[in-house]
Design a protein around this ligand. Sequence first.
Ligand SMILES: Nc1ncnc2c1ncn2[C@@H]1O[C@H](COP(=O)(O)OP(=O)(O)O)[C@@H](O)[C@H]1O
Ligand SMILES: [Mg+2]
Length: 269
Amino acid sequence: MGITISFGLQKGGVGKTTVTAVTSWLLAEQGHRVLAVDFDSQGNLTQFLTRSSPYEFLHRTIFEACKEHDPRPYIHQVTNKLHLLPAEDFLSGFSRYLYNEYKPTLGNDVDRNALNVVLRETLEIVRDSYDFVLVDLPPNLGEQTINGMAASDFCVVILQGEPFSFDALERYLETLEAVQRSVSPGMRLAGILTGIQDARTAMGQFILEQARQQYEELVFDTVIRRKARIVEFSFEGVQNRTRMDREAIEQYERFVKELLNRVKSRSFP
Ligand SMILES: Nc1ncnc2c1ncn2[C@@H]1O[C@H](COP(=O)(O)OP(=O)(O)O)[C@@H](O)[C@H]1O
Ligand SMILES: [Mg+2]
């Protein structure tokens, strides 16, 4: 049974998509069967992993999969081990779909969580075919994020060493606890990862220290530093040829190791 892990924060530009993409790539390289799920209408994960425009996947996305409660026709094979459920702009209609189209089909005695578990029910169908299902979430706390949290066994929160993202963290964690209480008692916070850390800014260091003080061991030891090569991966795909490539990938490798340790120790106590 595949372990589902989501990567989120209600702020954009903190490194969520990059962490999801490189982690998916690394796990697949290690021989795991990985399904990456793009659950952000920006389609950045789709673009990163396929190196083509998200519009190429028009009407062949996670949105159609959710509407049909069946992802199988929409899975795109990036490589043998790495598969993708793509997204593009129309996924921004997800909430409207839930309330205007899906809810009326449920009748009157509708379970109050029914709208929160559409992604979970959809992914459930293919979960057995994968070791890991990794979900990239959008920069807001709307229905997609709630569905993403509800579909997760583990959630990773991505933080950037700047005040906007740090201030968002507390609300994200409250939302996560609310989802835990209402729909997913087994879901766990795997930890908080700094997704883009500037090496030399005092603010970055200050925020990281604050996070460590407040959230203690929940903050991963690994800190993903800002490296120019990583931006290039988002249009070239992850590369592993030069020293610069290695240096860029190496920090994500350390994160993946930590993540797997946490996931294993908590799911098999
Ligand atoms: N470690 C990093 N070093 C340098 N640039 C990064 C790093 N991680 C992400 N980026 C770049 O920062 C921008 C935002 O990252 P992204 O992963 O799209 O964030 P989010 O998904 O949170 O919006 C992108 O241009 C991405 O290429
Ligand atoms: Mg993103």
